[in-house]
Design a protein around this ligand. Structure first.
Ligand code: ZN
Length: 146
C-alpha cells in the first residue's frame, strides 16, 4: 500500500498511544504501528499511472500530512507515526532510493507475500483521500488535547 495509508494508520496509533499514555504510550503505539504495516499491505494498491498523476496523488497527501503535523502542535507525534507506519517500506525500499538506483539488490525482508486484496484505481485514490481526512482529524484531536 502507498505511504499515505501507512502514515494514516501509523499516526493514528502513535497519537492514540501518546494521548492514552504519554511517552510510554507513544512507544507502544509506534511498535504497534510498525507491525500494522504487514496488515495494511494485505491491500494491494493499483498504480496511479503516469509520473504526473503519481506525483499529484503522492504529493498532496504528503503536504496535507505536513500541514496537519504542524497545526496539531505535536509534529513529533506525526513524524514518529509516519516513520513507524512506513518503516518496513523504508527498509525494504532502501530509504525509497531503490526507485532511483536501478542496480539495487531486489531482496526484500518484510515484503515476501503478495497482497491479499487487490484494489482498483478508484479505491486506491479513495484510500489516499481518506488518509488526508485522518491526518486532519488527528490534528484536530491533538490540538484539543493540548
Ligand atoms: Zn509495504
Amino acid at each position: 500500500m502507498y505511504s499515505s495509508s501507512h502514515a494514516a494508520i501509523g499516526t493514528t496509533l502513535v497519537a492514540g498511544g501518546f494521548i492514552a499514555g504519554g511517552t510510554g504510550g507513544l512507544i507502544v503505539g509506534a511498535a504497534v504501528a510498525v507491525v500494522s504495516h504487514l496488515f495494511v499491505d494485505y491491500l494491494g494498491e493499483e498504480p496511479y499511472g503516469d509520473l504526473t498523476t503519481s506525483a499529484i496523488w503522492e504529493l498532496i497527501p504528503m503536504l496535507i500530512f505536513a500541514a496537519s503535523a504542524l497545526l496539531s502542535g505535536y509534529p513529533m507525534v506525526f513524524l514518529v507515526g509516519w516513520l513507524a507506519g512506513n518503516l518496513m517500506d523504508i527498509i525494504d525500499k532502501k530509504l525509497y532510493l531503490a526507485m532511483f538506483l536501478k542496480n539495487v539488490d531486489p531482496w526484500y525482508f518484510f515484503h515476501k507475500g503478495k497482497p491479499k486484496i487487490k484494489l482498483d484505481l478508484a479505491t486506491t485514490k479513495m484510500y489516499a483521500f481518506m488518509s488526508c481526512i485522518v491526518y486532519v482529524t488527528t490534528a484536530i484531536i491533538m490540538k484539543g488535547y493540548a
